[in-house]
Ligand binder design. Structure first.
Ligand code: CDP
Ligand code: CDP
Length: 223
């Protein structure tokens, strides 16, 4: 059984997917973290993200690994845990450019499908229901108003004691959503058979309950 959760930045995909996985005792895969890890590596190694050749060389050499520790996904590049570093503003600003390259998507989608081929998973991203796992039994498209999504990001920064500018966060999110929706390959879009859940003003528990119920209904239908 597979659950695909897609949607724009800050809709609550990672938070919700992680809790759904915990409740159902299945694996959670955060595909955004993989695109972020590739972007971080490109930036750290001084490889130009505008140059496909340079990206290919980097991709050929990168050793990317995912591991779940206490229900939380950790990402490793060459055995170094980069789970925190991939959330930086710098990575966030460049990730949509890197994620638009077909060669980057091919490599990562391959890895994502391999992980899902032998396990029950809940996978979140932008193209899971439309492209990575088109046969997923449950497909969710999570949304929330852009103001709420920016406010959520703002709260996350504040909790970490980091100052963030609301207007800037709003602009960054808008820009990333625009790039993710307009790219030629596997753009962000709702799959025809996905259920759209608007999380504006809804609690995390409410959203998790709804997805868990949908999953159990599917299992019931199969039995
Ligand atoms: O958590 P947040 O919404 O900030 O983003 P993320 O899920 O970590 O994804 C970061 C970026 O990776 C997205 O803005 C997309 O450009 C890219 N991405 C993608 O292209 N396809 C996916 N399946 C997941 C992420
Ligand atoms: O993965 P994505 O970018 O879609 O969102 P996220 O990284 O899970 O961040 C969503 C933020 O909104 C988290 O700080 C959650 O605590 C909060 N939130 C939520 O996810 N769902 C709600 N219904 C309400 C708040």
């Amino acid at each position: 059984m597979k659950i695909a959760i897609d949607g724009p930045a800050g809709a609550g995909k990672s938070t919700v997917a992680q809790q759904v996985a915990k409740r159902l005792g299945i694996l959670y895969v955060d595909t955004g973290a993989m695109y972020r890890a590739v972007t971080l590596t490109a930036l750290v190694r001084g490889c130009s993200i505008e140059d496909e050749h340079s990206l290919r060389e980097m991709l050929d050499a990168i050793d990317l690994m995912l591991e779940i520790k206490n229900g939380v996904q950790h990402v490793y590049v060459d055995d170094k845990d980069v789970s925190e570093a991939i959330r930086s503003r710098e990575v966030t600003r460049h990730v949509s450019t890197v994620a638009a390259y077909p060669l980057v998507r091919e490599r990562l989608v391959d890895m994502q499908r391999r992980i899902a081929s032998h396990k029950d998973v809940v996978m979140d991203g932008r193209d899971i229901g439309t492209s990575v796992l088109p046969d997923a039994e449950v497909k969710i498209f999570l949304t929330a108003s852009i103001e709420e999504r920016a406010r959520r990001r703002m709260e996350e920064f504040e909790k970490k004691g980091v100052h963030a500018d609301y207007a800037e966060l709003l602009r960054d999110i808008e820009e990333r959503d625009r790039k993710d929706s307009k790219r030629a390959i596997a753009p962000l879009k709702q799959a025809e058979d996905a259920i759209r859940l608007d999380t504006t003003g809804r609690s995390i528990d409410e959203v998790v309950d709804r997805i868990v119920t949908l999953y159990r209904e599917k299992i019931g239908e199969r039995a």
